[in-house]
Design a protein. Structure first.
Length: 74
């Protein structure tokens, strides 16, 4: 094979691989994604349970975002 044939084949192979990579990367945006419109009912329930558990495990006396908190001297 001559050098020019090898170069042309490499350029064609690179263009083909680039097209395949672009198609693979753009495929998720073209497909209908189940969570595109937001979280599902089950996900919201799981998040609420997780937040409730985190709230219940907080140490008493810690600032929880409501009201005033004491100024600590450091």
């Amino acid at each position: 094979m001559s050098i020019s044939t090898i170069i042309v084949l490499n350029v064609a192979l690179a263009a083909t691989l680039t097209a395949i990579l672009a198609a693979v990367m753009l495929a998720p945006s073209r497909l209908r994604q189940p969570f595109a419109a937001g979280h599902t009912h089950r996900q919201r329930l799981a998040l609420r349970r997780e937040l409730r558990l985190a709230r219940s495990q907080r140490q008493p006396g810690r600032y929880d975002g409501r009201g005033l908190r004491a100024i600590s001297e450091q």
